[in-house]
Each structure stands twice: as structure tokens, then as C-alpha cells.
Design a protein around this ligand. Structure first.
Ligand SMILES: [Zn+2]
Length: 430
């Protein structure tokens, strides 16, 4: 039987990608090719077990493929990507087995990290077209209370059955689509970092995502194209060994809200819905740059802070105490003052027009992006994801502290314009 394989760029951790309607039937062959003679150890939660786990186990057994055991998380409440689960899981994998992650983003991230802890490679059977992390090098986990991307290899093989992906709740697909849309402003963030000289664009990685993104997002109902796009986004992160190609300021907002345990009506809000609202905010902040000349903005630029003043500002932003210790160090590590800040502002002034042209080229305007998200069934206001106006704005300012990665937030902060630019977000409350 021919396996529906999708080509994967050479030299990555991921070597085999089987995608198609009914693809699960090929699971034994995928495992045989990628992990000769390794018995499978299945990991799912009760929901994904029902959606695909039982069927996968039966297909393996019928094909005579050895199964070494399974671990099923309870399905009654949403599973959190806690690092401790990875340590627990890694102790359960029998030596010489191949962990098989059957689930959506969280299960995949847990198994990805757990496998890497014991130097095993794993296979992923996605059950929802919900995030771009399936094929990424790195797992989004909560470590000591802080949301982090923990470095670990992507799955060696994936077996994605569109028939199973379609059975996931529509909300999960909408969420995956929103995550794919973030590559639009994330590309603009990388342009900004490139022009400032903080992080040059790497062409092959850039082309893989930015050269195809408009095609992948063209039809919100085309699950094959969307999953293909999400998978490619993961490859780009494997190639770059970092999440930069797939993640800009909008992902940083979402990390902050996650650390604050954002819920709506008692339920966690999906990754895609958080970054979807985040990408609208990010787009508006970029439009603030596009709408003005540098000289127009000069009277609005606040003077830079001394290190002591910055420390008080950071302490105030982090006073809720739920962000761990890393953000303060990170933020102080990139603090600029006096001549350094003056030189940075001069540099930004020199590149301003070029930056406007290149950012505009990448962006989809806010009003259009909002329509696209709404049509796909995604939330578009902070309120719809459970954020008060104050928490929304606080998250955006705090997001600038948590990573070294240079984004629109750093640009605005260094110019003393972040508070001014935040005023443009008022259109999102309506
Ligand atoms: Zn994402």
C-alpha cells in the first residue's frame, strides 16, 4: 500500500510526514520505517484516546506491530503543559520503545520533552489541527511557574489523518488557523529586528514561511493547506533552532496571559485564540509606526529611564508575582540608557522609512485581519478571551520583559512610545 507522504526539508529531526484522509491505517508502516523494531508506547488523554488512541492501538495490533504499553491522562479537565508531567512520563517509557503521542498540542509537547529527557525519539499522531507546535523543535511548557520553550527535538515521524483532525471541535481548527495567521505580523517583527541589526533574517527559513503564508491562509476551510502550513512552520523552527520564524510579539502577550492563568468562564483559553487577539494588537502597534513620520513622533517620545528607574518599573509590572524570576533579568539585560539609548534612537531614525516600507509589505491591515479572524470563528476582542482592558494592556507591556527577542514592543519601548502606541488599541474594545 502506498503511503501518502509529504516531502520534508532535508536535514531536520523530522524525517517522515504522512498526511491524508485515512492516514492512520499507515501507522504501522510509518513506525516500521522510522523506528525499526521499536515497540510503541502510547500516550493520550481520555478524549484523544477515544478520538484516535483506541483505533491506533487496534491498527498496530492487527498489523502485528508490538505495543509496549500506554499512559492515558484524565480527560475531565484541560491538561496543562507542566514540566513535571514530562519527568513523570519519561520514567514510564520502557527501554527501547518508541513513544507515540496521540493528541493535540499539549500531549505532543509533553511527549516531545519527555522523550528528549531519556534521549528517545518519538512519533506524533495529531488529533486536531490546532497549533504549529507538532513539528517544532521545542516544547511550550510551564517550568517553575514560567511559560518557556524547552529545547527538544521534533518528532521523527508524524502520521496525521485528516479524517481524525476533522472530528476535533471546530474551535480547535479555528485556533490552529489563528496560530497560522500570526506568521503575518511575526514576519513583520522579524523585519524590524533585521533592520535594527538585532537579528538578521535567514533567507531559507524566511522563504519557507513568508513565501507561502498567503497561500496557506487563503481558504479558512482548507484543512489540508492549514495543517501543511502549521507543519511547515514547525520545520522552520527546526531549521532555525528557535521559534523566531513562527512567533513575534503576539506570542509573547499570550505567554504572559498564560502565566496569569487566563481563563474565560472558568475554562482555559486556547493558544490560537490568545495569539489571535494578540496578533490584532501587534498589527495595530505596527500601524502606529506606519502612520507617522519619525519627526512627527519626536515630541511624544519619553526620555529613557536610568537603571534604577527601570528596575522600579519592572517590579511594578511583575508585582503579581506569577512570572518567575527570569523576566526581570531578561529585561535588565536589554536595558539601554544614555549614549547607548541615544545611539539606538538615531539608528531607528535613519532606518525609519525603509522599515515602514518593509513592514507594510508584510502586514495585513488591522481591519482586514479582524474580518478574517471573525469569519473563521475566532475571538477578536480582549473581552472575548476573558481579559479586562487593564489586564490586556498590562500583558502587552509585560510581554516586552520576558524574552530577548526583538519585536515591535522593543522598538516602541526604546523610543519611549509604548504607552502612546497602546492608546491605538482602544479600537479593539468595541
Ligand atoms: Zn503559536
Amino acid at each position: 500500500m502506498d503511503i501518502p507522504l509529504i516531502p520534508v526539508p532535508a536535514g531536520l529531526d523530522t524525517e517522515l510526514f504522512c498526511l491524508g484522509d485515512g492516514a492512520l491505517i499507515h501507522l504501522p508502516e510509518v513506525l516500521k520505517r522510522a523506528f525499526p523494531d521499536h515497540p510503541a508506547f502510547l500516550v493520550a488523554d481520555e478524549n484523544t484516546w477515544r478520538a484516535a488512541g483506541e483505533k491506533a492501538e487496534k491498527i498496530l495490533q492487527d498489523a502485528g506491530y508490538p505495543v509496549a504499553g500506554k499512559y492515558i491522562f484524565p480527560g475531565n479537565k484541560r491538561l496543562h503543559p507542566e514540566y513535571e508531567y514530562c519527568e513523570m512520563l519519561s520514567g514510564k517509557f520502557p527501554a527501547g520503545s518508541v513513544p507515540l503521542a496521540i493528541g493535540s498540542g499539549v500531549i505532543n509537547d509533553l511527549v516531545k520533552c519527555a522523550s528528549s529527557l531519556v534521549k528517545m525519539r518519538y512519533c506524533c499522531v495529531p488529533t486536531a489541527c490546532s497549533v504549529d507546535g507538532f513539528t517544532a523543535a521545542g516544547a511550550a511548557l510551564v517550568v517553575n511557574g514560567t511559560k518557556k520553550t524547552v529545547k527538544c527535538p521534533a518528532p521523527k515521524a508524524l502520521c496525521a489523518d485528516v479524517g481524525i483532525l476533522k472530528t476535533a471541535p471546530a474551535e480547535m481548527f479555528a485556533s490552529g488557523y489563528a496560530d497560522l495567521l500570526t506568521k503575518v505580523p511575526a514576519g513583520a517583527d522579524w523585519v524590524i529586528a533585521d533592520i535594527i541589526g538585532e537579528e538578521p533574517i535567514r533567507q531559507d527559513v524566511w522563504d519557507l514561511i513568508q513565501g507561502n503564508i498567503r497561500k496557506w491562509i487563503a481558504d479558512k476551510d482548507d484543512m489540508l493547506a492549514v495543517f501543511d502550513g502549521l507543519a511547515a512552520t514547525g520545520y522552520s523552527m527546526q531549521m532555525y533552532q528557535e521559534s523566531r520564524p513562527a512567533s513575534g510579539a503576539e506570542h509573547l502577550f499570550s505567554h504572559v496571559w498564560e502565566m496569569e492563568n487566563l481563563t474565560r468562564n472558568g475554562e482555559d483559553v486556547s493558544h490560537g485564540f490568545k495569539v489571535g487577539v494578540g496578533l490584532l494588537a501587534s498589527t495595530l502597534l505596527m500601524e502606529f509606526i506606519l502612520d507617522h513620520t519619525f519627526e512627527e513622533l519626536m515630541p511624544l517620545m519619553k526620555p529613557g529611564l536610568t537603571r534604577e528607574e527601570r528596575i522600579s518599573e519592572i517590579d511594578e509590572l511583575l508585582k503579581a508575582g506569577c512570572y518567575g524570576t527570569a523576566p526581570k533579568e531578561t529585561a535588565l539585560g536589554k536595558h539601554l540608557e544614555e549614549e547607548d539609548l541615544a545611539a539606538r534612537r538615531q539608528l531607528i531614525r535613519r532606518v525609519w522609512k525603509d522599515m515602514q516600507v518593509r513592514v507594510k509589505e508584510r502586514l495585513i491591515p488591522y481591519s482586514r485581519m479582524r474580518e478574517i479572524l471573525q469569519a473563521a470563528g475566532c475571538p477578536v476582542t480582549p473581552e472575548e478571551i476573558g481579559l479586562t482592558e487593564a489586564q490586556f494592556l498590562h500583558g502587552i507591556k509585560t510581554a516586552q520583559l520576558i524574552r530577548h527577542r526583538y519585536t515591535i514592543l522593543d522598538l516602541l519601548y526604546e523610543l519611549g512610545l509604548l504607552d502612546e502606541a497602546l492608546k491605538t488599541l482602544a479600537v479593539m474594545y468595541r
